[in-house]
Design a protein around this ligand. Structure first.
Ligand code: NAP
Length: 281
């Protein structure tokens, strides 16, 4: 065990795209915490040894990004319910010598909507999620926990939609993107959890005919901040929420665990992240 200030990191391969250092370093400075947060580019084959060496390196925990989230889940001594449900960990910390893990993407997703569109749940009747990748898993689980009657997962690959819809238990419904027009008029919230709409990935290209005026539309993509889906919904007069707040809010629990201060997601932090997106995009 090394002495000195607590250190945390983000583990990824590659990791230079991660905005986690920007977020956590801002909070370290804001709250005057004597600590450090660094990117750690770790190959999949080195991941387990790196994490097992946390204590010896003075590392108190870290964020986990692609492609290590499932490997992190396999390594923890104890998984929080969020991580156990998803089989993936994005936040690691040491507690009395044990390695613990949680998945905070669902917390970030809900906090972003709670902050960005009060009352977004509507009747908690129908939530539509486009996509069935890692991010969709967290979103679908979170929507079911919020009490939606139906969480409708629509995806290009049908088998994946079924597996992800199962995370919502009895509320889960699986389908293809062709089913969207049928569900749109019933939706309280529509979420894009595909990678389409992201700079360089092509547009989602779905029509919103039939969408009710009160439906809130959320895109997990945040580069660009205003995706074609959000622009289309905004033009119809619907409330929209971009994906940046999810990224900022999912970081809160980790910082609190590692450094002992619960940080706030402020307009100042958002402005920093927006500037970074505009510079790097
Ligand atoms: P992923 O696991 O790779 O899943 C990608 C999803 O997009 C799959 O459902 C895939 O469908 C679909 N897709 C990709 N290309 C497609 C195409 N050409 N046509 C139709 N569907 C297509 O990615 P992820 O980790 O879930 O991330 C998804 C998005 O969420 C990314 O843009 C990521 O940046 C964003 N995200 C944001 C946050 C945040 O904090 N705001 C957090 C996590 C992720 P198939 O199953 O058919 O391949």
């Amino acid at each position: 065990m090394t002495g000195g200030p607590p250190r945390a990191c983000v583990l990824g391969w590659p990791v230079r795209q991660s905005r986690s250092p920007l977020i956590h370093r801002h909070w370290l400075a804001t709250y005057g915490v004597d600590g450090a947060y660094d990117p750690a580019e770790v190959r999949p084959e080195d991941f387990a040894a790196f994490v097992r060496g946390f204590a010896a390196s003075g590392i108190v925990g870290g964020n986990v990004t692609v492609p290590h989230k499932e490997a992190a889940f396999a390594l923890v001594d104890e998984a929080a319910p969020s991580a156990a449900a998803l089989g993936a960990v994005n936040t690691l910390w040491l507690e009395s010598g044990r390695l613990l893990g949680a998945n905070t993407d669902g917390i970030g997703f809900l906090a972003n909507l709670d902050e960005g569109a009060r009352g977004w749940e509507g009747e908690r009747s129908v939530a539509i999620v486009l996509g069935a990748g890692g991010a969709a898993r967290a979103v679908v689980h979170a929507l079911a926990e919020r009490g939606f009657d139906k969480v409708v997962v629509l995806n290009r690959t049908a088998s994946k939609a079924e597996a992800v819809a199962a995370l919502a238990g009895r509320a889960g419904v699986a389908g293809g993107v062709d089913d969207l027009p049928r569900w749109l008029p019933r939706a309280d919230v529509l979420v894009n959890a595909t990678s389409l709409g992201m700079a360089g990935k092509g547009t989602l290209g779905v029509g919103l005919a039939g969408l009710r005026g009160g439906t809130v539309v959320n895109d997990l993509v945040y580069v660009p901040l205003e995706t074609e889906l959000l622009a289309q919904a905004r033009a119809r007069g619907n409330r929209v929420v971009d994906g940046l707040g999810m990224l900022l809010h999912q970081a809160v629990p980790g910082f609190e665990r590692w450094f002992g201060v619960r940080p706030a997601v402020t307009p100042e932090l958002r402005a920093l992240a927006v500037a970074d997106i505009e510079t790097r995009a």
